[in-house]
Design a protein around this ligand. Structure first.
Ligand SMILES: [Cu+2]
Length: 158
């Protein structure tokens, strides 16, 4: 998308030149275009990091405290087939996860297999879904997307 290679129109010949002056102008425009292409080409190589194969570890999130002592996390399922956070840190108690999937992404869900109530439906691009559950025991709980085998994160109850 934004990483697209050099635009196709860039290589089209310059407009038909008129007399000598115009030709001179066209030449100089062509050489600035060339310089621009070089810059674009250099920039494109820096774009690779946004690809889906980048190592995934997202940030560690701490819960936001909401009314009633509910611990809230906002997590996304990303187009790169990973969660927006690698670790969610909370205390024992009630947890709400507001799970969203941005436009242009594959569908995802947020599931903690060892906590049966921690399970959103499959959420499609541009939608979100919240799930609330209670955890009493400290420990690490694996979070998965059941559609994408390598898409995991950890809920850490401290
Ligand atoms: Cu997924």
């Amino acid at each position: 998308m934004s990483c697209a290679a050099v635009p196709a129109h860039a290589s089209r010949p310059a407009r038909p030149a008129r007399p000598a002056q115009a030709a001179q102008a066209a030449r100089s425009a062509a050489s600035s275009l060339l310089a621009l292409l070089v810059l674009v080409a250099l920039g494109v190589t820096g774009c690779g990091g946004n690809g889906g194969s980048a190592p995934s570890d997202g940030p560690t999130l701490s819960a936001r405290q909401a009314a009633g002592g509910v611990q809230v996390f906002a997590v996304s399922g990303l187009p790169a087939m990973k969660f927006s956070a690698s670790e969610l840190v909370a205390r024992p108690g009630t947890i709400r996860v507001d799970f969203s999937v941005p436009e242009g992404s594959a569908p995802h869900n947020f599931v903690i297999p060892s906590i049966p109530t921690a399970h959103t439906p499959i959420v499609s691009a541009g939608s979100s879904q919240s799930v609330t559950f209670t955890v009493t025991r400290p420990g690490d709980y694996q979070i998965v997307c059941t559609i994408h085998a390598n898409m995991t994160a950890t809920l850490k109850i401290t």
